[in-house]
Design a protein around this ligand. Structure first.
Ligand code: DC
Length: 236
């Protein structure tokens, strides 16, 4: 039995929650590799649904229309070594999900309870056998409240915004046209929406370990996250 397995045979669930740009994806990817877990990005599901709303011209402010649309939408997440592939109605849309319009729409569609309920159900199905690290906003509070390890990854908004800005610069040959202040501003808006929505707002679970990366290097955050998982595993 590996470290990532519990005594009763079910493999562990590691929940990583936190605001945008806190480094969840990087840490989740690292932990998945280190502990032999599948890495699942729950935000990619909201992004895929947002893409469907944009494509069909469905208003991201119309909860009833979005609910109807969701009933005719299939979203499937396929974990892989280089990240998740996301299938929308059978089409691989992975490459389209980081687009600014999709990012913005995902933040808006994710406030609606019926949409969340569907996504949560899909996420629970994906993780029910354990052996996963799932990142998002409500994994430790709603999706897997009994997850063996819960980490809430946080950082000051300016730091998260600047990290995002730098990432954008590294993404491709196209020059970054959005100024850094704009990236920070958009990130704050998305944060507010995540933290203030009525249904499953972004917050740390009572039993989550809070890891603030504001003044830490990536290596330090990775080491600390690894230490948290190991400590939890020895206590199981
Ligand atoms: O993590 P991300 O940036 O890919 O997430 C995209 C959007 O989805 C984000 O604006 C918040 C929402 N989201 C959510 O509400 N709950 C989750 N578990 C994951 C993401």
């Amino acid at each position: 039995m590996t470290e990532a397995q519990k005594q009763n045979g079910r493999r562990i669930i590691v929940a990583i929650d936190g605001p945008a740009g806190a480094g969840k994806s990087t840490i989740a990817r690292h932990l998945a590799e280190r502990f032999g877990l599948l890495n699942l990005e729950s935000g990619a599901m909201y992004r895929a649904f947002a893409l469907k709303a944009l494509r069909t011209g469905t208003s991201v402010g119309d909860g009833a229309a979005l609910d109807a649309l969701a009933q005719n939408t299939s979203i499937h997440l396929e974990p892989g070594k280089a990240g998740n592939s996301v299938f929308l109605d059978g089409e691989d849309v992975t490459a389209l999900l980081r687009d600014a319009a999709v990012t913005e729409a995902a933040s808006k569609v994710s406030v609606y309870p019926p949409i969340r309920a569907r996504m949560v159900r899909l996420q629970q199905e994906l993780g029910e056998r354990g052996g996963v690290v799932m990142e998002g906003r409500d994994i430790g509070t709603v999706v897997f409240p009994k997850a063996e390890v819960k980490i809430f990854l946080d950082a000051a908004p300016e730091v998260r915004g600047l990290r995002r800005y730098e990432q954008m610069g590294q993404m491709g040959p196209a020059p970054v046209v959005v100024p850094a202040e704009e990236v920070v501003r958009e990130l704050r808006l998305r944060d507010e929406r995540d933290r203030n929505r009525a249904d499953s707002p972004l917050k740390a679970a009572d039993d989550a370990v809070i890891l603030d990366s504001t003044n830490l290097t990536l290596e330090e955050v990775v080491n600390e996250a690894e230490r948290i998982v190991k400590e939890k595993l020895t206590g199981l």
